[in-house]
Design a protein around this ligand. Structure first.
Ligand SMILES: Nc1ncnc2c1ncn2[C@@H]1O[C@H](COP(=O)(O)OP(=O)(O)OP(=O)(O)O)[C@@H](O)[C@H]1O
Ligand SMILES: [Mg+2]
Length: 251
């Protein structure tokens, strides 16, 4: 589905932020990208989405090279949905209008059908359709930004820190919603996250970036069980609430 091959990228005439990244993501899986602040996680997601053009290497979708395909064509032609890290909802617009913004390129009938489906899937949004997005909680805003990406029925969903700033309970709900999307649709989901334990708990595979390179990659459950990984990249022991047997966390 997605194949990133030896991608180098940076901004303006600055140095390379990504120094040769390889990554794959298949339909029906959630791939998590982890790593410290400023290591290039968002830059990598923007390369896949088309906001940043690679300086070298390629980004392929379904076998074709899309490295230089602009964002709008990625959305319409390759059916890519992108939820950015910040400013992901328009506070002065209603919930309904925020979602419909994601469907401007769709025929009206399809748009209405998809909108109705989303309202059935996310009752917390349905009850607030006519409210301004500024009146939503942080978690509801994240679900709203997901719904805006989903209305165009993407095949690929790119999420930049979907749990940022959320309480543990809301974080859990947002991750559950993302896992439900994968299980229901078989979509290919790539998400950048800081909440490593929770993200690894719902994802299938993960990449840990360090200084613009892939430092560790593997199945999420293997990463969770790896003591060195925990020590270096997950900040030591998991919080008590995260020590769930299903995650196979050691210790
Ligand atoms: N538009 C931009 N112009 C110039 N430099 C940028 C731009 N966006 C990001 N950078 C730089 O690229 C580097 C990587 O940024 P990026 O946003 O990809 O990191 P990140 O891993 O997503 O960090 P965080 O965890 O803080 O979100 C940083 O040094 C940042 O200052
Ligand atoms: Mg980022």
């Amino acid at each position: 589905m997605i194949r990133v091959k030896n991608v180098r990228a940076g901004y303006g005439d600055g140095p390379d932020i990504l120094g040769g990244i390889d990554l794959t993501a298949a339909a029906g899986e959630i791939v998590t990208i982890l790593g410290p602040n400023g290591c290039g996680k968002s830059t990598l997601l923007k390369c896949i989405a088309g906001f940043v053009r690679p300086r070298g290497g390629t980004v392929e979708m379904d076998g074709s090279d899309v490295s230089n395909v602009p964002v709008h064509e990625k959305v319409t032609h390759h059916r890519v949905g992108f939820v950015p890290q910040t400013d992901n909802v328009f506070s002065t617009l209603t919930v309904a209008d925020n979602i419909l913004l994601g469907a401007r390129h769709l025929p009206a009938a399809e748009c209405h059908a998809r909108y109705a489906e989303l309202m059935a899937q996310y009752p917390s949004l349905a009850s607030k359709q006519d409210r301004k997005a500024s009146a939503l909680s942080g978690g509801e805003r994240q679900i709203l930004s997901l719904a805006r990406a989903l209305i165009s029925d993407p095949k690929v969903l790119l999420l930049d820190e979907p749990s940022a700033g959320l309480s543990p309970l809301m974080m859990h709900e947002v991750f559950a919603a993302i896992a439900a999307i994968r299980d229901r649709t078989g979509m290919c989901i790539v998400m950048v996250e800081q909440n490593a334990f929770e993200a690894l708990g719902v994802s299938d595979r993960a990449y840990v970036l360090s200084l613009g390179k892939v430092a560790i990659e593997g199945r999420s459950e293997d990463l969770l069980a790896d003591p060195a990984m925990r020590h270096l990249y997950l900040g030591g022991e998991p919080p008590a609430a995260e020590r769930r047997p299903r995650l196979a966390v050691v210790g």
